[in-house]
Design a protein around this ligand. Structure first.
Ligand SMILES: [Zn+2]
Ligand SMILES: [Zn+2]
Ligand SMILES: [Zn+2]
Length: 481
């Protein structure tokens, strides 16, 4: 299999790597691929289009099985090749879990094509990495149950594949599949397998990122429509023969935390330069001044965060708020702005304040967190982007338009690189920035209005602005998968 500009190389200590044969500039798209197979999550079946993975209401339901949903006829037509062979089985045996449905779709496609693999991919799905030997007994038993469910749901598979192979495919899906987000760019709606993208190794400071794009359905003519796809985008200039890397991490953390997460979920020890040199660890655990022994405060902060996380999971906002308030009173004067425990606490405090309709306070905490994230994050990372979007949206919601404008501009500078100009998330932030600019222009025109009146007006608009932000609260405080 062949893909222009890319080759697979085996490097000592790293194994299989994806290497480029040409140079790229920041923001370039190296390649884009439709999923080899993809499914909507069990929990979102009726709220997401099973073809482009946009979320919506009153979606078009498959009239035969009732389990598949689409935006409209165009999306149904595009999704039909994947759904046609499973529709009858769904009518007779109902709906297995998303993992089983995904493996079944992969097997059905291979049976239909009489071969694994697809055009525009450098590797076929059955050749991706597995670590069956690392599974615990419980995990193996759970997967064997999934194999049985898969054979019940897709009886044709037993004629072509043995159970060991299906077990292997299940683990390939577990280790390699990619989360599919809706048009917000952060809400996880489904899961898909993109074989070439699965070859990308992890680096804690990567040169590329993978972004899911739902495709363009706004164009007037159907010929300009584009399909849902994953894009491999360049985050910094890359030379020919350089390895392409992405980050598998969903959080900002110490080298030790990152390595533990990668070992547990992906079965490898990260030896990237950042992990070997503990590049950020000093900043991430720093106190305000060298004279302060931050150790005890960090321990206290960790302990408090444990409680905050539990309250957050339960959405007990008042409890989150009082725990954060107590911790921040003690830790804000002592810990440096880049301290990761302080940053996590500030984000939780901003979230609780937002839910308690205290947007002004939430904006202050979110803006404060940006200062630290800017110093410790990869300059194009999703975590820094989230911090800018959060601060921008909350400042907008609390009438701090100048600050909102700065944060939204910084968010857009990242989005142009990581998502591109046509992505729905980029457009959404552009719209918010335009609204902020209108408010700033309006305020400048009304300069003669006394400040008291201005602040009264802002107060009057408080609930209106909260209402405006309400649908987006989940997207500005995403639970990173
Ligand atoms: Zn159907
Ligand atoms: Zn659709
Ligand atoms: Zn690393």
């Amino acid at each position: 299999m062949f893909l222009e500009g890319l080759k697979i190389v085996t490097l000592p200590g790293k194994g299989r790597c994806l290497v480029t044969t040409r140079s790229y500039r920041t923001g370039d798209v190296i390649f884009s691929a439709k999923p080899y197979a993809a499914v909507a999550f069990d929990s979102h079946l009726a709220q997401v289009c099973h073809s482009c993975y946009r979320s919506g209401q009153n979606l078009l339901q498959c009239g035969r099985c009732g389990f598949a949903f689409y935006c409209d006829r165009t999306c149904r037509q595009e999704g039909w090749p994947q759904h046609s062979s499973e529709c009858a089985d769904m009518q007779s045996c109902g709906l297995p879990t998303d993992n089983v449905r995904l493996v079944a779709r992969i097997l059905r496609r291979a049976i239909k094509d009489s071969v694994f693999g697809a055009e525009g991919e450098i590797i076929s799905p059955d050749r991706l990495e597995t670590h069956i030997e690392r599974l615990s007994n419980d995990e193996r038993q759970a997967m064997e149950r999934d194999v049985t469910a898969c054979l019940q749901f897709c009886p044709a598979a037993s004629k072509h594949f043995d159970t060991a192979f299906i077990l292997q495919m299940l683990q390939i899906v577990n280790l390699n599949s990619l989360i599919l987000t809706d048009q917000s760019g952060v809400k996880a709606m489904g899961v898909g397998l993109f074989p070439t993208i699965s070859l990308l190794n992890h680096d804690c400071w990567p040169n590329c990122c993978v972004t899911f794009n739902n495709g363009n359905r706004q164009a007037n003519k159907a010929t300009f429509h584009s399909s849902a796809r994953a894009e491999l985008r360049v985050m910094r200039a890359i030379n020919a023969d350089e390895e392409l890397t992405v980050s598998y991490l969903s959080f900002v953390g110490l080298a030790e935390e990152r390595r533990a997460f990668l070992l547990r979920d992906y079965f490898f020890e990260c030896n990237c330069v950042h992990c070997q040199d503990h590049t950020q660890d000093t900043l991430l655990t720093a106190a305000k001044s060298k004279d302060i022994d931050a150790k005890q405060v960090v321990e206290d902060s960790k302990h408090a965060l444990g409680k905050v996380d539990m309250a957050l999971a339960e959405k007990h906002w008042d409890e989150v708020w009082s725990l954060c308030k107590e911790a921040l009173d003690k830790h804000l004067p002592v810990l440096a702005d880049t301290n990761i425990y302080l940053l996590r606490m500030l984000s939780a405090a901003a979230e609780a304040a937002t839910h308690n309709r205290e947007l002004g306070i939430a904006a202050i905490y979110a803006a404060r967190a940006v200062t630290g994230y800017r110093d410790v994050c990869h300059p194009k990372s999703p975590q820094l982007l989230d911090a800018f979007v959060r601060a921008g949206a909350l400042c907008y919601g609390s009438g701090l338009y100048e600050d909102a404008h700065t944060f939204l501009c910084e968010a857009l500078a990242i989005l142009i690189v990581t998502h591109g100009a046509t992505h729905a998330r980029t457009k959404y932030i552009q719209v918010m920035k335009a609204k902020v600019e209108r408010e700033i222009a309006l305020l400048r025109r009304n300069e003669v209005i006394p400040r008291v009146v201005q602040s009264e007006r802002a107060l009057e608009r408080k609930s209106e602005l909260h209402g405006l932000l309400a649908p987006y609260i989940k997207t500005i405080f995403p639970r990173r998968y």
